[in-house]
Design a protein around this ligand. Structure first.
Ligand code: DAH
Length: 357
C-alpha cells in the first residue's frame, strides 16, 4: 500500500470514528488544517520536478477532496444526531390526558333546552331569561289577564307570603312573563326564546308542581300567522329530526294572543314508542298566537306599527316524546341510575349541523 493510500484509509477511518463534532473537527485540522498531514504533502508539490508534479498533483488533490467530502458527510450525520438528541430532551407532551370516566350525565330536560336553543338560534332567536319569582303584573296583568278573570285560576298559582301587605308575589305559572320583561327592555325587532322552570299546584302521573317551558316571541313589522306557522313547523321537523310533519293550527283561547291556536301534529304509535310527523292521530304540542295588541300597548309598543307572534311549549313532555320516556315523575327524583340511563354527555353540545341528539 502506498503512503498516500495508507494516509487516506487512516484519515477516513478517523472521520468515521469521530463521535461528535469536536472530535470530527480535530480530525479535519489534523489532516486538512494549515499544519495538517495532507496539507504538508501538498506543500511538497512545490519542490517536485514538473514531471513528478504532474503525477502527484492530481493524486493529492483527489485525496484531499475525498477526505474533505468524508468530513462534510460525517458532519451532517453528527449534526442531525445532535439535533435529534436535543429534540428528544426538549420534547414537551402537549396532548391532553385521557378524559376521566364520566360520573354524571346531562338531564334530558337540559339536553332538550340546548337542542331548542340550537334550532331557534339558526333562525336568529336569542335566549332570554326572567325570574322564577314573579309579580302579579308580569305574570298576569301585563299579559292581558283581567283582574278576577277565571283564566288566572286555571293556572293553580303558588302565592308567596307577603309580610308587607299588597299584591303577593307568585312562582311564575308560565314563561310568558319573559315576553313582557323582554319587550320592556328591548326595542323591536325582537326574536327570543325563554327556557325556564314554571310552577303550578298540580301533582299526578302527568303533572308535577315544577316543570319546564320554552317561550318564544317575535316582534317585527309586518309579522303575520304565516310566519308563526312556518317557524313552528320548521322547528318541529328539526327537533324530531324528521323530513315531514303534518300539522294543524286549531283555534284556541289565550288572553295574551289574538288569534290564538294550539298546534297539533300527526303521530304514529309503534309498540311503546311514538313517531311524530305522520300517522293517523293528532297530538297537541304547543300553544301559540299573534301577540294581543293590549300586550304590546302594556309594554309601550305601538300595535299599529309592530306585530308579533308568540308560542309556549312544555319541555318535559316534548323530551318524553323524543326520547321515549314513559313517566314524568322520575324526572324530578334525582335518581343517578335514571339520569345515567336517559342522560346525555355534558360536553356534546347539540348543533343543527353537527347533530342534535
Ligand atoms: N303560557 C301558556 C301556558 O302556559 C302557553 C302559551 C300559549 C304561551 C300561547 C304563548 C302563547 O306564548 O302564545 O299555558
Amino acid at each position: 500500500m502506498s503512503e498516500l493510500e495508507s494516509i487516506e484509509s487512516e484519515a477516513l477511518g478517523a472521520v468515521q470514528a469521530a463521535a461528535d463534532l469536536a472530535a470530527l473537527d480535530a480530525v479535519r485540522v489534523a489532516e486538512l488544517g494549515k499544519k495538517g498531514r495532507i496539507s504538508a504533502f501538498m506543500k511538497t508539490l512545490g519542490k517536485m520536478t514538473p514531471e513528478e508534479r504532474q503525477v502527484a498533483g492530481p493524486l493529492l488533490n483527489a485525496l484531499k477532496t475525498r477526505v474533505a467530502d468524508a468530513v462534510a458527510a460525517r458532519k451532517t450525520v453528527l449534526e442531525d444526531a445532535a439535533l435529534d438528541a436535543q429534540l428528544a430532551t426538549e420534547y414537551e407532551d402537549l396532548t391532553l390526558p385521557p378524559p376521566p370516566e364520566p360520573v354524571g350525565a346531562l338531564h334530558p330536560v337540559m339536553q332538550v333546552f340546548e337542542e331548542m336553543a340550537a334550532i331557534f338560534g339558526t333562525m336568529g332567536f336569542a335566549v332570554a331569561e326572567g325570574p322564577d319569582i314573579e309579580d302579579d303584573w308580569h305574570n298576569f296583568t301585563a299579559l292581558n289577564f283581567p283582574e278576577g278573570h277565571p283564566a288566572r285560576e286555571t293556572h293553580d298559582t303558588f302565592f308567596m307570603n307577603n309580610p308587607e301587605g299588597g299584591a303577593p308575589k307568585v312562582l311564575r305559572t308560565h314563561t310568558s312573563p319573559v315576553q313582557i320583561r323582554t319587550m320592556m327592555e328591548q326595542k323591536p325587532p325582537i326574536r327570543i326564546i325563554a327556557p325556564g322552570r314554571v310552577y303550578r299546584n298540580d301533582w299526578d302521573a302527568t303533572h308535577t308542581p315544577m316543570f319546564h317551558q320554552v317561550e318564544g316571541l317575535v316582534i317585527e313589522k309586518g309579522i303575520h300567522m304565516g310566519h308563526l306557522k312556518g317557524c313552528l313547523i320548521d322547528f318541529v321537523k328539526a327537533f324530531f329530526e324528521v323530513d315531514t310533519v303534518e300539522a294543524r293550527f286549531r283555534p284556541h283561547f289565550f288572553p295574551f294572543t289574538e288569534p290564538s291556536a294550539e298546534m297539533d301534529v300527526k303521530y304514529t304509535k309503534k309498540g311503546d314508542s311514538i313517531q311524530i310527523g305522520q300517522g293517523d292521530s293528532w297530538m297537541e304540542i304547543l300553544g301559540s298566537g299573534m301577540v294581543h295588541p293590549n300586550v304590546l300597548r302594556n309594554c309601550g309598543i305601538d300595535p299599529d306599527e309592530y306585530q308579533g307572534f308568540a308560542f309556549g311549549m312544555g319541555v318535559d313532555r316534548l323530551a318524553m316524546l323524543k326520547y321515549g320516556m314513559p313517566d314524568l315523575r322520575p324526572y324530578f327524583e334525582a335518581d343517578p341510575e335514571w339520569t345515567r340511563h336517559y342522560g346525555f354527555a355534558p360536553w356534546l353540545t347539540p348543533t343543527v349541523s353537527g347533530g342534535l341528539s
